[in-house]
Write a protein that binds this ligand. Structure first.
Ligand code: UD1
Ligand code: CA
Length: 428
């Protein structure tokens, strides 16, 4: 994702992110904004888009499940959590921030927490235009083939913005309008509060609509503009599980395209899933049916899959090969280490040039606790071995196929289980 210097913000700019809604259509007990898209809660993408355009101070309006949301983002700095006890509409949600921003002389970007596809570039264009045009209210709009469900942008015969009408309040003629409101706004903060003081819930849903503030600002003679700056695919916000899946698909394509643009080969993108947090080095090849979930770091020139499952905390140095049906969790692999077939490696620190034979299992859990393993450089682990953690295997060890090894050196299933490990230990 591109970063833009904060200097591009001429006036001090804050952001308000609306995330208080319960989302009845999701059929969920979990706050909507915590549902994950490419491995991250959807709200995280909106926060990142603001930060990447240089906005430091964020005001996030929470309501349903607020404690869970706050807990999830407790390590993110400069967030003021604003509680909206009752969800009376998007306009009311913004007004809940007033006690924190009543003295703030600057711009305010308003976004919704359920729109993770928002791009930094679009926000930059929105803010730049707002400043260049000395506007009091600026929106970024999109043209959709099927505008169903969205607020429609009303313009006069000259193209000047007149307001937004919600789908449920549209006349049949307004319904035909294809220019919609994705809910990306930039306002002069005090003008917005002034306008919101005047909105009334006289609409089909009996809610205080943020969109009504525009009409009031325009009526008062202050400049308000709409720029058609949002690519159609970005507009989709998440109100249902179906839309969650659709947005996830768009996001997954973005994640993979970003990796490919940095020199990663993804052999079959539609049959590969990569977490938005994953980092992958150039010339690494990801083979089909690979699932990379969580904070995973893969070096250069590695080969992953087909059918590999890499989980949170996996770190691979360069030239690592993970082949068919390999599951790796919270483990570090040194340069040139290989595990080509059918293995589980969990909570292990594995050195360089180690060969992990087919069907090797790291038994990291004893039924009560998780334990760590360490395997030294250039070790050979024979096929079908079980390493019972906690265990340390010294460098250059040779573990025979079919061995069951624990911290006492070995448990035998056969007679020739392990050689150099014992020797290395007795050398100490
Ligand atoms: C809103 C816009 C609509 C736009 C659409 C784009 C209004 C009135 N309408 O409609 O023009 O096309 O977004 O996605 O703004 N929220 C609160 N508190 C509330 C109500 C809502 O925090 O009292 C939050 C929700 O959690 C959600 C966001 O505001 O994240 C948008 O609310 P939602 O009800 O989804 O609005 P839409 O009907 O989608
Ligand atoms: Ca919505």
């Amino acid at each position: 994702m591109k970063r833009f210097k904060p200097q591009s913000l001429k006036k001090p700019t804050v952001a308000i992110i609306l995330a208080a809604g319960r989302s009845t259509r999701m059929i969920t007990d979990k706050p909507k904004v915590l549902h994950e898209v490419s491995g991250r809660p959807m709200l995280a993408f909106v926060i990142d888009a603001c930060r990447n355009v240089g906005i430091e101070n964020l005001y996030i309006v929470v309501g349903y499940g607020k404690d869970q949301v706050i807990e999830e983002f407790k390590d993110v700095p400069n967030i003021t959590w604003v509680y909206q006890a009752e969800q009376k509409g998007t306009g009311h949600a913004v007004l809940c921030c007033r006690e924190h921003l009543d003295d703030f002389d600057g711009n305010c970007v308003v976004l919704c927490g359920d729109g993770p596809l928002v791009r930094t570039e679009t926000l930059k264009e929105l803010i730049d235009k707002h400043n260049q045009e000395h506007s009091y209210a600026t929106l970024a709009t999109a043209i959709l083939e099927d505008p169903t469900g969205y607020g429609r942008i009303i313009r006069d015969a000259y193209g000047n913005l007149q307001g937004i009408v919600e789908q449920s309040d549209c006349s049949p003629r307004q319904r035909a309008i294809k220019e919609v409101n994705p809910s990306y706004y930039c306002f002069d903060m005090q003008t917005l509060f002034w306008a919101l003081d005047q909105i009334k819930p006289d609409n089909v849903k009996k809610e205080y609509y943020l969109t009504d503030a525009l009409h009031i600002i325009i009526q008062s003679g202050k400049k308000a503009i709409a720029i058609t700056a949002v690519p159609p695919e970005d507009v989709l916000s998440i109100n249902s599980r179906h839309q969650l899946a659709q947005v996830s698909k768009v996001m997954q394509t973005r994640v993979q395209q970003e990796l490919m643009s940095k020199g990663v080969t993804i052999v079959d993108p539609s049959n590969t899933w990569v977490d938005a947090r994953a980092q992958i080095g150039k010339d690494t090849i990801i083979h089909p049916f690979t699932y990379i979930h969580g904070n995973v770091k893969i070096g250069k020139n590695c080969s992953i899959g087909p059918f590999a499952y890499l989980r949170d905390g996996t770190v691979l140095d360069n030239d690592v090969v993970l082949g068919v049906f390999i599951e790796v969790k919270n483990s570090h692999f040194g340069t040139g280490t290989r595990a080509r077939h059918h293995s589980y490696i969990g909570d292990a620190h594995i050195g360089k040039d180690v060969n992990i034979g087919a069907g090797t299992i790291f038994a990291n859990y004893d039924g009560k606790e998780i334990h760590n393993s360490k395997v030294g450089d250039k070790t050979f682990v024979g096929s079908g071995s079980i390493l019972i953690a906690p265990i340390t295997v010294e460098p250059n060890a040779h573990i025979s196929p079919g061995s069951v090894v624990d911290s006492n050196g070995f448990k035998s299933l056969n007679d020739n289980h392990i050689e150099n490990t014992e020797k290395a230990q007795s050398d100490e």
